[in-house]
Design a binder for this molecule. Structure first.
Ligand code: SF4
Length: 445
Protein backbone atom coordinates (compact mmCIF):
# COMPACT_ATOMS: atom_id res chain seq x y z
CA UNK A 1 0.00 0.00 0.00
CA UNK A 2 2.83 2.40 0.78
CA UNK A 3 4.88 1.76 -2.33
CA UNK A 4 5.90 4.83 -4.29
CA UNK A 5 3.78 3.83 -7.29
CA UNK A 6 0.48 3.46 -5.47
CA UNK A 7 -0.63 7.12 -5.33
CA UNK A 8 0.33 7.77 -8.97
CA UNK A 9 -1.77 4.81 -9.99
CA UNK A 10 -4.63 6.01 -7.77
CA UNK A 11 -4.46 9.48 -9.29
CA UNK A 12 -4.87 8.00 -12.80
CA UNK A 13 -7.85 5.96 -11.66
CA UNK A 14 -9.52 8.91 -9.94
CA UNK A 15 -9.11 11.17 -12.96
CA UNK A 16 -10.33 8.65 -15.52
CA UNK A 17 -13.97 9.09 -16.60
CA UNK A 18 -14.23 5.39 -17.25
CA UNK A 19 -13.76 4.68 -13.54
CA UNK A 20 -17.10 6.31 -12.73
CA UNK A 21 -18.93 4.62 -15.59
CA UNK A 22 -17.65 1.23 -14.44
CA UNK A 23 -18.44 2.02 -10.79
CA UNK A 24 -22.03 3.13 -11.67
CA UNK A 25 -22.52 0.01 -13.77
CA UNK A 26 -21.24 -2.18 -10.94
CA UNK A 27 -23.68 -0.51 -8.57
CA UNK A 28 -26.55 -1.11 -11.01
CA UNK A 29 -25.61 -4.79 -11.36
CA UNK A 30 -24.61 -5.66 -7.79
CA UNK A 31 -26.09 -2.81 -5.72
CA UNK A 32 -29.09 -5.00 -4.87
CA UNK A 33 -26.86 -6.85 -2.41
CA UNK A 34 -26.21 -3.66 -0.46
CA UNK A 35 -28.40 -2.12 2.21
CA UNK A 36 -30.59 0.51 0.41
CA UNK A 37 -29.11 3.47 2.30
CA UNK A 38 -25.57 2.26 1.60
CA UNK A 39 -26.48 2.05 -2.06
CA UNK A 40 -27.94 5.59 -2.03
CA UNK A 41 -24.75 6.90 -0.40
CA UNK A 42 -22.49 5.04 -2.82
CA UNK A 43 -24.45 6.33 -5.83
CA UNK A 44 -24.27 9.90 -4.47
CA UNK A 45 -20.53 9.72 -3.81
CA UNK A 46 -19.66 8.12 -7.16
CA UNK A 47 -21.71 10.58 -9.15
CA UNK A 48 -20.13 13.54 -7.32
CA UNK A 49 -16.62 12.16 -7.62
CA UNK A 50 -17.25 11.64 -11.32
CA UNK A 51 -18.46 15.24 -11.71
CA UNK A 52 -15.49 16.56 -9.72
CA UNK A 53 -12.60 14.56 -11.18
CA UNK A 54 -13.82 14.65 -14.76
CA UNK A 55 -14.48 18.40 -14.42
CA UNK A 56 -18.09 17.96 -15.59
CA UNK A 57 -19.05 20.56 -13.01
CA UNK A 58 -17.02 23.23 -11.22
CA UNK A 59 -15.75 22.05 -7.85
CA UNK A 60 -15.91 24.22 -4.76
CA UNK A 61 -13.71 23.22 -1.85
CA UNK A 62 -15.46 24.03 1.41
CA UNK A 63 -14.28 23.59 4.97
CA UNK A 64 -16.31 21.24 7.16
CA UNK A 65 -18.76 23.75 8.65
CA UNK A 66 -19.71 25.66 5.50
CA UNK A 67 -23.36 24.80 4.71
CA UNK A 68 -23.14 22.90 1.43
CA UNK A 69 -26.57 24.17 0.35
CA UNK A 70 -24.80 27.21 -1.10
CA UNK A 71 -22.46 25.03 -3.15
CA UNK A 72 -25.31 22.93 -4.60
CA UNK A 73 -27.32 26.13 -5.01
CA UNK A 74 -24.53 27.60 -7.16
CA UNK A 75 -24.57 24.46 -9.32
CA UNK A 76 -21.14 23.21 -8.20
CA UNK A 77 -19.92 20.03 -6.51
CA UNK A 78 -18.83 20.43 -2.89
CA UNK A 79 -15.51 18.88 -1.94
CA UNK A 80 -14.68 18.84 1.77
CA UNK A 81 -10.96 18.09 2.08
CA UNK A 82 -11.32 16.98 5.73
CA UNK A 83 -13.88 14.40 4.68
CA UNK A 84 -11.56 13.01 2.01
CA UNK A 85 -8.78 12.70 4.57
CA UNK A 86 -11.16 10.38 6.45
CA UNK A 87 -11.69 8.34 3.28
CA UNK A 88 -7.92 8.28 2.72
CA UNK A 89 -7.51 6.80 6.22
CA UNK A 90 -10.16 4.17 5.47
CA UNK A 91 -8.35 3.23 2.23
CA UNK A 92 -4.89 3.17 3.81
CA UNK A 93 -3.37 6.19 2.03
CA UNK A 94 -3.53 8.77 4.82
CA UNK A 95 -0.02 8.00 6.09
CA UNK A 96 1.42 8.73 2.64
CA UNK A 97 -0.49 12.02 2.54
CA UNK A 98 0.70 13.01 6.02
CA UNK A 99 4.31 12.12 5.21
CA UNK A 100 4.14 14.28 2.08
CA UNK A 101 2.79 17.31 3.93
CA UNK A 102 5.33 16.97 6.73
CA UNK A 103 8.10 16.70 4.17
CA UNK A 104 6.83 20.05 2.81
CA UNK A 105 7.27 21.53 6.29
CA UNK A 106 3.73 21.50 7.68
CA UNK A 107 3.79 21.24 11.46
CA UNK A 108 2.80 18.03 13.23
CA UNK A 109 0.76 20.26 15.48
CA UNK A 110 -1.77 20.81 12.67
CA UNK A 111 -4.76 18.45 12.82
CA UNK A 112 -4.06 15.38 10.68
CA UNK A 113 -7.26 15.94 8.66
CA UNK A 114 -5.56 19.04 7.27
CA UNK A 115 -2.05 17.61 7.05
CA UNK A 116 -3.39 14.65 5.14
CA UNK A 117 -5.28 16.61 2.47
CA UNK A 118 -2.33 18.97 1.97
CA UNK A 119 -0.26 15.86 1.27
CA UNK A 120 -2.94 14.38 -0.99
CA UNK A 121 -2.65 17.49 -3.11
CA UNK A 122 1.11 16.96 -3.40
CA UNK A 123 0.32 13.45 -4.62
CA UNK A 124 -2.12 14.86 -7.24
CA UNK A 125 -5.04 13.05 -5.65
CA UNK A 126 -7.41 16.02 -5.33
CA UNK A 127 -9.70 17.46 -8.01
CA UNK A 128 -9.04 21.01 -9.13
CA UNK A 129 -11.11 23.61 -7.24
CA UNK A 130 -12.76 26.54 -9.05
CA UNK A 131 -13.26 28.39 -5.77
CA UNK A 132 -12.72 27.78 -2.06
CA UNK A 133 -15.02 28.84 0.77
CA UNK A 134 -13.91 28.59 4.37
CA UNK A 135 -15.74 29.22 7.56
CA UNK A 136 -13.15 29.18 10.35
CA UNK A 137 -15.65 29.67 13.17
CA UNK A 138 -15.12 26.17 14.57
CA UNK A 139 -11.91 25.09 12.91
CA UNK A 140 -9.14 27.64 12.51
CA UNK A 141 -6.70 25.18 10.88
CA UNK A 142 -9.07 24.84 7.93
CA UNK A 143 -8.64 28.48 6.91
CA UNK A 144 -4.89 28.21 6.64
CA UNK A 145 -4.71 24.84 4.97
CA UNK A 146 -7.44 25.60 2.44
CA UNK A 147 -5.75 28.90 1.68
CA UNK A 148 -2.70 26.86 0.64
CA UNK A 149 -4.91 24.92 -1.80
CA UNK A 150 -6.25 28.18 -3.27
CA UNK A 151 -2.69 29.41 -3.87
CA UNK A 152 -1.66 26.25 -5.70
CA UNK A 153 -4.92 26.13 -7.72
CA UNK A 154 -4.90 29.89 -8.36
CA UNK A 155 -8.61 30.12 -7.57
CA UNK A 156 -10.70 32.63 -5.59
CA UNK A 157 -10.64 32.14 -1.81
CA UNK A 158 -13.45 33.34 0.48
CA UNK A 159 -13.54 33.45 4.27
CA UNK A 160 -16.93 33.71 5.96
CA UNK A 161 -16.61 35.67 9.17
CA UNK A 162 -19.21 34.26 11.58
CA UNK A 163 -20.07 36.59 14.50
CA UNK A 164 -19.61 35.05 17.94
CA UNK A 165 -23.10 35.78 19.22
CA UNK A 166 -26.51 35.41 17.65
CA UNK A 167 -28.33 38.74 17.35
CA UNK A 168 -30.52 40.30 14.64
CA UNK A 169 -27.60 42.37 13.42
CA UNK A 170 -25.22 39.36 13.32
CA UNK A 171 -27.77 37.47 11.21
CA UNK A 172 -28.02 40.47 8.84
CA UNK A 173 -24.22 40.85 8.65
CA UNK A 174 -23.66 37.17 8.01
CA UNK A 175 -26.43 36.80 5.42
CA UNK A 176 -25.04 39.78 3.53
CA UNK A 177 -21.60 38.13 3.45
CA UNK A 178 -23.07 34.83 2.24
CA UNK A 179 -25.02 36.61 -0.48
CA UNK A 180 -22.01 38.66 -1.65
CA UNK A 181 -19.72 35.63 -1.72
CA UNK A 182 -22.21 33.60 -3.77
CA UNK A 183 -22.78 36.49 -6.18
CA UNK A 184 -19.06 36.93 -6.61
CA UNK A 185 -18.47 33.23 -7.26
CA UNK A 186 -21.30 33.13 -9.80
CA UNK A 187 -19.67 36.06 -11.63
CA UNK A 188 -16.16 34.62 -11.57
CA UNK A 189 -16.73 30.91 -12.18
CA UNK A 190 -18.27 30.06 -15.56
CA UNK A 191 -21.29 27.77 -15.38
CA UNK A 192 -22.38 28.82 -11.90
CA UNK A 193 -25.37 30.97 -10.92
CA UNK A 194 -27.84 31.63 -8.15
CA UNK A 195 -30.94 30.21 -9.84
CA UNK A 196 -30.70 26.78 -8.13
CA UNK A 197 -30.43 28.21 -4.64
CA UNK A 198 -34.16 27.84 -3.81
CA UNK A 199 -34.08 24.22 -4.96
CA UNK A 200 -31.03 23.45 -2.81
CA UNK A 201 -32.74 24.92 0.26
CA UNK A 202 -35.90 22.96 -0.52
CA UNK A 203 -33.81 19.74 -0.79
CA UNK A 204 -32.10 20.55 2.49
CA UNK A 205 -35.42 21.10 4.28
CA UNK A 206 -36.81 17.83 2.91
CA UNK A 207 -33.72 15.88 3.96
CA UNK A 208 -33.81 17.54 7.40
CA UNK A 209 -37.45 16.52 7.96
CA UNK A 210 -36.74 12.88 7.08
CA UNK A 211 -33.53 12.92 9.06
CA UNK A 212 -35.41 14.02 12.18
CA UNK A 213 -37.46 10.81 11.82
CA UNK A 214 -34.16 8.89 11.64
CA UNK A 215 -33.07 10.57 14.89
CA UNK A 216 -36.39 9.67 16.50
CA UNK A 217 -35.95 6.03 15.46
CA UNK A 218 -32.45 6.02 16.90
CA UNK A 219 -33.90 6.70 20.36
CA UNK A 220 -35.13 3.12 20.36
CA UNK A 221 -33.56 0.76 22.92
CA UNK A 222 -31.64 -1.27 21.72
CA UNK A 223 -30.11 1.11 19.19
CA UNK A 224 -31.18 0.18 15.64
CA UNK A 225 -28.07 1.57 13.90
CA UNK A 226 -24.48 0.69 14.67
CA UNK A 227 -22.76 3.81 16.02
CA UNK A 228 -19.48 3.05 14.31
CA UNK A 229 -21.30 2.93 10.96
CA UNK A 230 -23.23 6.10 11.84
CA UNK A 231 -19.88 7.80 12.49
CA UNK A 232 -18.88 6.88 8.93
CA UNK A 233 -22.02 8.59 7.67
CA UNK A 234 -21.02 11.89 9.27
CA UNK A 235 -19.54 12.54 5.81
CA UNK A 236 -23.09 12.72 4.40
CA UNK A 237 -24.25 14.91 7.27
CA UNK A 238 -21.45 17.38 6.57
CA UNK A 239 -21.41 17.36 2.78
CA UNK A 240 -24.83 16.38 1.43
CA UNK A 241 -27.20 19.19 2.49
CA UNK A 242 -28.82 20.68 -0.60
CA UNK A 243 -28.37 17.55 -2.74
CA UNK A 244 -30.98 15.10 -4.02
CA UNK A 245 -28.95 12.07 -2.92
CA UNK A 246 -29.11 12.99 0.77
CA UNK A 247 -32.93 12.82 0.64
CA UNK A 248 -32.76 9.36 -0.90
CA UNK A 249 -30.16 8.24 1.64
CA UNK A 250 -32.18 9.38 4.67
CA UNK A 251 -35.44 7.98 3.26
CA UNK A 252 -33.87 4.54 2.83
CA UNK A 253 -32.14 4.76 6.20
CA UNK A 254 -35.44 5.59 7.95
CA UNK A 255 -37.10 2.58 6.27
CA UNK A 256 -34.29 0.22 7.20
CA UNK A 257 -34.30 1.37 10.84
CA UNK A 258 -38.11 1.01 11.03
CA UNK A 259 -37.87 -2.58 9.77
CA UNK A 260 -35.04 -3.41 12.16
CA UNK A 261 -37.15 -2.19 15.09
CA UNK A 262 -40.26 -4.07 13.90
CA UNK A 263 -38.25 -7.26 13.46
CA UNK A 264 -36.05 -6.73 16.55
CA UNK A 265 -32.86 -7.04 14.48
CA UNK A 266 -30.30 -4.90 16.25
CA UNK A 267 -26.54 -4.48 15.74
CA UNK A 268 -26.04 -5.06 19.50
CA UNK A 269 -28.96 -7.34 20.39
CA UNK A 270 -27.88 -7.78 24.04
CA UNK A 271 -27.47 -4.04 24.62
CA UNK A 272 -26.51 -3.35 28.26
CA UNK A 273 -25.17 0.18 28.00
CA UNK A 274 -25.59 3.14 25.69
CA UNK A 275 -23.04 5.79 24.77
CA UNK A 276 -23.04 9.27 23.29
CA UNK A 277 -19.93 9.79 21.13
CA UNK A 278 -18.45 13.28 20.76
CA UNK A 279 -16.24 14.43 17.87
CA UNK A 280 -15.07 11.87 15.30
CA UNK A 281 -13.46 8.41 15.42
CA UNK A 282 -10.45 6.60 13.96
CA UNK A 283 -11.26 6.09 10.26
CA UNK A 284 -8.55 3.47 9.73
CA UNK A 285 -9.10 -0.09 10.94
CA UNK A 286 -9.51 -0.11 14.71
CA UNK A 287 -10.94 -2.71 17.06
CA UNK A 288 -12.37 -0.18 19.53
CA UNK A 289 -15.90 -0.47 18.20
CA UNK A 290 -15.82 -4.25 17.95
CA UNK A 291 -14.81 -4.31 21.61
CA UNK A 292 -17.75 -2.07 22.54
CA UNK A 293 -20.24 -4.13 20.56
CA UNK A 294 -18.90 -7.39 22.02
CA UNK A 295 -19.31 -5.92 25.49
CA UNK A 296 -22.98 -5.07 24.85
CA UNK A 297 -22.32 -1.33 24.48
CA UNK A 298 -24.09 0.63 21.73
CA UNK A 299 -23.17 4.07 20.52
CA UNK A 300 -26.71 5.40 20.55
CA UNK A 301 -25.88 8.76 18.96
CA UNK A 302 -23.02 11.03 17.88
CA UNK A 303 -22.51 14.75 18.37
CA UNK A 304 -21.83 15.32 14.66
CA UNK A 305 -25.22 13.87 13.71
CA UNK A 306 -27.23 16.41 15.71
CA UNK A 307 -29.62 18.76 13.90
CA UNK A 308 -29.29 22.17 15.54
CA UNK A 309 -30.69 24.54 12.89
CA UNK A 310 -34.31 25.39 12.01
CA UNK A 311 -35.99 24.89 8.65
CA UNK A 312 -35.00 27.52 6.09
CA UNK A 313 -37.11 29.79 3.89
CA UNK A 314 -36.19 29.23 0.21
CA UNK A 315 -36.92 32.88 -0.63
CA UNK A 316 -34.58 34.12 2.12
CA UNK A 317 -31.86 31.52 1.53
CA UNK A 318 -28.93 33.67 2.66
CA UNK A 319 -30.62 34.40 5.96
CA UNK A 320 -31.38 30.69 6.44
CA UNK A 321 -27.72 29.83 5.84
CA UNK A 322 -26.60 32.55 8.26
CA UNK A 323 -28.90 31.18 10.96
CA UNK A 324 -27.66 27.65 10.28
CA UNK A 325 -24.08 28.76 10.86
CA UNK A 326 -24.84 30.88 13.90
CA UNK A 327 -26.83 28.16 15.63
CA UNK A 328 -23.99 25.64 15.48
CA UNK A 329 -23.67 24.64 19.14
CA UNK A 330 -19.90 24.25 18.80
CA UNK A 331 -19.66 28.01 18.26
CA UNK A 332 -20.30 30.78 20.79
CA UNK A 333 -20.28 30.34 24.57
CA UNK A 334 -19.50 26.79 25.79
CA UNK A 335 -22.94 26.67 27.49
CA UNK A 336 -24.44 26.11 24.05
CA UNK A 337 -22.45 22.91 23.59
CA UNK A 338 -23.28 21.82 27.14
CA UNK A 339 -27.00 22.31 26.47
CA UNK A 340 -26.79 20.35 23.21
CA UNK A 341 -24.82 17.51 24.83
CA UNK A 342 -27.31 17.34 27.69
CA UNK A 343 -30.22 17.21 25.23
CA UNK A 344 -28.53 14.28 23.44
CA UNK A 345 -27.82 12.53 26.77
CA UNK A 346 -31.49 12.82 27.72
CA UNK A 347 -33.02 12.09 24.29
CA UNK A 348 -30.93 8.96 23.73
CA UNK A 349 -30.92 7.83 27.37
CA UNK A 350 -27.19 7.18 27.43
CA UNK A 351 -25.17 5.75 30.31
CA UNK A 352 -21.98 7.59 29.45
CA UNK A 353 -20.29 10.06 27.11
CA UNK A 354 -17.02 9.53 25.22
CA UNK A 355 -15.19 12.39 23.57
CA UNK A 356 -12.60 11.33 20.99
CA UNK A 357 -9.84 13.91 21.48
CA UNK A 358 -8.52 14.28 17.96
CA UNK A 359 -4.89 15.40 18.01
CA UNK A 360 -4.76 19.14 17.25
CA UNK A 361 -8.52 19.79 17.42
CA UNK A 362 -8.91 22.83 19.61
CA UNK A 363 -12.60 23.38 19.05
CA UNK A 364 -13.52 20.05 20.62
CA UNK A 365 -10.69 19.30 23.05
CA UNK A 366 -10.69 22.87 24.37
CA UNK A 367 -14.08 22.32 26.01
CA UNK A 368 -13.16 18.93 27.51
CA UNK A 369 -12.54 20.10 31.07
CA UNK A 370 -15.77 22.14 31.29
CA UNK A 371 -17.72 19.26 29.80
CA UNK A 372 -16.19 16.80 32.29
CA UNK A 373 -17.21 19.02 35.26
CA UNK A 374 -20.69 19.53 33.81
CA UNK A 375 -21.34 15.82 33.27
CA UNK A 376 -19.83 14.85 36.63
CA UNK A 377 -22.32 17.18 38.35
CA UNK A 378 -25.12 15.46 36.44
CA UNK A 379 -23.77 12.03 37.40
CA UNK A 380 -22.94 10.97 33.83
CA UNK A 381 -19.58 9.18 33.35
CA UNK A 382 -17.35 10.96 30.82
CA UNK A 383 -14.21 9.73 29.08
CA UNK A 384 -11.76 11.70 26.96
CA UNK A 385 -10.08 9.28 24.59
CA UNK A 386 -6.88 10.67 23.04
CA UNK A 387 -6.16 9.60 19.51
CA UNK A 388 -5.89 10.49 15.88
CA UNK A 389 -8.72 9.87 13.45
CA UNK A 390 -6.50 9.87 10.36
CA UNK A 391 -2.95 8.96 11.41
CA UNK A 392 -2.78 5.46 12.92
CA UNK A 393 0.83 6.07 14.01
CA UNK A 394 -0.36 8.76 16.39
CA UNK A 395 -2.72 6.55 18.43
CA UNK A 396 -2.14 3.78 20.92
CA UNK A 397 -4.86 1.20 20.44
CA UNK A 398 -3.82 -0.82 23.50
CA UNK A 399 -4.02 2.24 25.73
CA UNK A 400 -7.37 3.30 24.26
CA UNK A 401 -8.78 -0.19 24.78
CA UNK A 402 -7.63 -0.28 28.42
CA UNK A 403 -9.25 3.09 29.07
CA UNK A 404 -12.48 2.04 27.34
CA UNK A 405 -12.60 -1.19 29.37
CA UNK A 406 -12.21 0.77 32.62
CA UNK A 407 -14.90 3.18 31.46
CA UNK A 408 -17.34 0.35 30.70
CA UNK A 409 -16.75 -0.93 34.26
CA UNK A 410 -17.53 2.53 35.66
CA UNK A 411 -20.78 2.68 33.67
CA UNK A 412 -21.69 -0.84 34.81
CA UNK A 413 -21.07 0.04 38.46
CA UNK A 414 -23.15 3.19 38.14
CA UNK A 415 -26.00 1.24 36.56
CA UNK A 416 -25.91 -1.35 39.31
CA UNK A 417 -25.87 1.39 41.93
CA UNK A 418 -28.89 3.01 40.28
CA UNK A 419 -30.66 -0.37 40.17
CA UNK A 420 -29.81 -0.97 43.85
CA UNK A 421 -31.12 2.46 44.81
CA UNK A 422 -34.28 1.85 42.77
CA UNK A 423 -34.80 -1.54 44.46
CA UNK A 424 -34.29 -0.01 47.89
CA UNK A 425 -36.79 2.78 47.26
CA UNK A 426 -39.35 0.25 45.90
CA UNK A 427 -38.87 -1.94 48.99
CA UNK A 428 -39.25 1.07 51.30
CA UNK A 429 -42.43 2.13 49.48
CA UNK A 430 -43.92 -1.40 49.66
CA UNK A 431 -43.06 -1.68 53.40
CA UNK A 432 -44.64 1.72 54.10
CA UNK A 433 -47.80 0.80 52.17
CA UNK A 434 -48.04 -2.52 54.03
CA UNK A 435 -47.62 -0.73 57.35
CA UNK A 436 -50.45 1.68 56.45
CA UNK A 437 -52.72 -1.24 55.37
CA UNK A 438 -52.08 -3.04 58.66
CA UNK A 439 -52.93 0.10 60.64
CA UNK A 440 -56.17 0.47 58.65
CA UNK A 441 -57.07 -3.22 59.29
CA UNK A 442 -56.40 -2.72 62.98
CA UNK A 443 -58.65 0.39 63.07
CA UNK A 444 -61.59 -1.39 61.37
CA UNK A 445 -61.31 -4.49 63.57
S1 SF4 B 1 -11.04 17.47 13.89
FE1 SF4 B 1 -11.10 19.57 14.69
S2 SF4 B 1 -9.21 20.58 13.95
FE2 SF4 B 1 -9.51 18.70 12.76
S3 SF4 B 1 -10.60 19.34 10.92
FE3 SF4 B 1 -12.16 18.69 12.39
S4 SF4 B 1 -12.72 20.58 13.50
FE4 SF4 B 1 -10.79 21.00 12.43
Amino acid sequence: MRSGRFPAFLSTILKNKLTYRVASLALRCFGGRMCPYQLAAAKGVISELGDAYSARKPVIFASAFVPTEIVYGLGAVPYLPEMWSGFAAAFGVSERGIDESEAKGYSQDLCSFHRCHLGLEELSLLPRPSAIIVSPHLCDGGRRSLYAHSVSAGCPFYVIDVPYVMTDSSVRWLSLQVERICEDISRRVPGLGLDRMGRAIENSNRARKIYLDVCQLRRNEPAPWSGSEALNYVFAFLSGWGSEWLIELYESLANVLKHRIEESRYPVPQERLRLLWLNLKPYYKSSLFEYLERSGVSIAFEEYSYVYWPEMDERRWAEGIAIKMLTNFGWGPIERRLDAVWKMVSDYQVDGVVQFDQWGCRQSNGGGRVLADFLREKGIPFLELDGDAVDPRNSSLAQALTRLQAFVEVMDARRQQARGAHLLSSLTRITQERGRDQQDDHRWN
